[in-house]
Design a protein around this ligand. Sequence first.
Ligand code: G4P
Length: 283
Amino acid sequence: VTIQWFPGHMAKAIREFEENISLVDIVFELVDARAPYSTLNPEIARISANKPHLYILTKRDLADEKLTRQWLNYFHSQNSAAIAVDAKGKFGVKDILTAINPLLKDKLERELAKGMKPRPIRAIAVGVPNVGKSTVLNRLVKRRAAQVGNRPGVTKGQQWLKADNHLELLDTPGILWPKFQDQLIADKLALTGAIKDSVYHSDDIALFGLEYFVAHYPQALQERYKLTEEDLELPTADLLLLITKNIGMRDDYERASNRIILDMRSKKVGPFTLDTLEDIDNE
Ligand code: G4P
């Protein structure tokens, strides 16, 4: 479901998130590994400033591995934990615990020293729509029987879901809005599918994707659409028309645009990442 974000919705999402954050030890902020900066919610750092953070870079399988490593290093340099995952592949509670243990070890040990009972770490997952929150939750919490029921402090029928003896997650992930103040970020979100029923025309998104691949992943583009090196020097609109012909859609560039977008999203052209560390400096 694509959510249209209005100021009222944003205020409500912040209010809910603020209530929930007081219940947890750590925030799991999910970002798309193909656009870790553009899918970072602009407000969350402010709201959750004093809580430890685990950045979960989802869709690692679709992203440029070299840039994923750079982004992981960046988040680590911000004193946060960070892991990159294919949420539909091999990934589980152990990976999470290994990543967050260094951040929470001292707090849990202090509690034990004070005579408090050992307890599971509590977390909430947050992120922009379509980033993979449900997939990650379902992967960590395998059975409905894993629900541990209501506890004091958990309102509105919210429940803690048990991942294992050491980790519990709030059952409703926080859904936050993406950055949308800037056209470039909007194009990136549209290409990755973070804005699904976008208000943008598919040919605009396809042109954006083609331009990006020509600049960053030219070989992948050549191979997928049977292009020569010279073809890549064409103005992007002409390149789109050429690809439309090459994939047998004659002059239906609208349909071809949709195909190209789907090809890119499903890694049929190749893995890619749209955000680099320079994007942070540029803001
Ligand atoms: P949300 O709760 O944050 O809104 O996201 P959700 O888990 O529903 O995931 C959105 C889409 O992203 C789903 O695809 C899901 O399968 C896919 N996805 C999530 N994590 C990963 C990942 O690490 N790698 C890949 N390749 N895909 C991921 P969908 O097309 O909407 O549904 P489906 O047919 O794939 O289930």
